[in-house]
Design a protein around this ligand. Structure first.
Ligand code: AMP
Length: 416
């Protein structure tokens, strides 16, 4: 692999996988351009080095070509941010002429890769009652045509850059398979480099004490994350809805709080490993409870293991937040993923916002702090702290898989 910083782009065509999967409103206007802005340093680097750009991305989850998922809707914003005009290839598989005609400094965006089933390599349009044999045959067929699809994309360019961390956990044509066509000329973009370094800073090079704060709704969606982290951290704070499964597992009364009975054995196993390894597993001790799942419900604070029937835990209470703050401020490395309450409802966002504030304070005191996941990122952004933590990850799913300890296909394809 090569490094983007030192690669000579002069006269070269670079095909760059970005994550331009931005939210659009009903008038096809971009409502949050964070993902586009995140890729701009990489794109500008190629142009400043005398190269030309072929940009490829997906947008949404189309089942085939569909105007509402067209990348044409985002071109004007890319032009604004790059400060240059951008050409558009309306079919990502028929862009040979447009790509060949590109001169240094010019930019071409390919239409949504997912208009083709080959991008993801998953069959489409299978009858609901298709037999296992038919499913198998359809899968084999799309995997076969995926090779040609990938080869066509690769034929447009001299070098390949992957800057789409948000899809790095997918082994798709444009995120992983294409890399083999550029054995000497493949590299990470700046955003990917930043994300990889941030993850290494916590998983490989953490300064201790190392604390992970894992919140969110369900243990089941973050079980592998917890299992991996409990072997690495000094403190494991488990908050939000998933905390109640742990509290119940230890005999607590959790009323109507969210929980997963079938995950109790896993919760007990994590508690056991934490004890064995001397990890401080910190659950909520005081909870803000509500008599219905609504922002305007009646609320009170109770011990987290003594929640009355008819009431449910909605947010961390002051005693929990105080204890967690102490842990956070005495840590040198902190990883945070997931809200410690029902963050979408302002009445129950306080705990999550407090964690954001604690992380900013810890960062100012010299700790390394990494934040990922939709609600946690929203909390630091809402508090104006996005620049006051060490790193805000752009890829929720990809970051979770990385902290599960998985080798992400998009990262491995460039590195190996
Ligand atoms: P996740 O996608 O796993 O990070 O979970 C985020 C979701 O967890 C958000 O929608 C929160 O509302 C939800 N959540 C956090 N705490 C609770 C809780 N105590 N009860 C129910 N849902 C919660």
């Amino acid at each position: 692999m090569k490094q983007i910083e030192s690669y000579d782009f002069s006269g070269k065509k670079a095909i760059v996988r970005v994550d331009f999967n931005v939210p659009l409103n009903e008038n096809f206007e971009i409502t949050d351009d964070t993902r586009i802005r995140a890729a701009i340093p990489t794109l500008k680097k190629v142009l400043a080095g005398g190269g030309s750009l072929i940009i490829m991305s997906h947008l949404g989850r189309p089942k085939g070509p569909a105007d509402k998922f067209s990348l044409k809707h985002i071109i004007s914003r890319v032009e604004e941010l790059l400060g240059t005009t951008v050409k558009f290839a309306p079919d990502c598989q028929k862009a040979q002429a447009e790509a060949a005609a590109l001169k240094p400094g010019e930019v071409l965006i390919l239409e949504n890769l997912r208009f083709y089933a080959e991008e993801e390599g998953k069959p489409r349009g299978l009858a609901e009652d298709a037999s296992d044999e038919e499913k198998k045959a359809a899968k084999a067929a799309v995997k076969e045509s995926q090779k040609e699809f990938t080869k066509v994309l690769a034929s447009y360019a001299d070098c390949y850059i992957n800057d789409a961390f948000g899809t790095a956990h997918r082994a798709h044509a444009s995120t992983a398979l294409i890399a083999k066509y550029f054995p000497e000329d493949k590299m990470y973009g700046y955003l990917m480099e930043g994300e990889i370094k941030a993850i290494d800073n916590v998983l490989k090079n953490a300064k201790h004490p190392f604390t992970a704060i894992i919140g969110g709704s369900k243990v089941s969606s973050k079980l592998e994350v917890l299992k991996n982290l409990v072997t690495k951290v000094d403190n494991l704070i488990i908050g939000g809805g998933m905390g109640y499964t742990f509290i119940k597992a230890q005999g607590g009364r959790i009323g109507n709080s969210l929980h997963e009975d079938d995950l109790i054995p896993d919760a007990l196993e994590i508690i056991r490993i934490a004890k064995e390894k001397g990890v401080n597993l910190s659950l909520s001790t005081e909870t803000c409870i509500a008599n219905e799942f609504s922002n305007d419900s009646e609320t009170k604070f109770v011990a987290s293991d003594d929640i009355p029937d008819g009431w449910e835990g909605m947010d961390a209470g002051p005693a929990s937040l105080e204890a967690w703050k102490k842990i956070i401020l005495s840590s040198k490395t902190i990883l945070w993923n997931g809200p410690v309450g029902v963050f979408e409802m302002p009445s129950f966002a306080k705990g999550t916002l407090q964690i954001a504030e604690d992380l900013a304070e810890a960062t100012a005191n010299g700790a390394y702090t990494l934040v990922g996941g939709g609600d946690s990122v929203a909390a630091v952004t809402q508090m104006g702290y996005a620049d006051k933590v060490s790193y805000v990850s752009t890829g929720g799913g990809a970051m979770l898989e990385a902290i599960e300890g998985k080798d992400l296909p998009g990262i491995a394809a460039i590195r190996d």
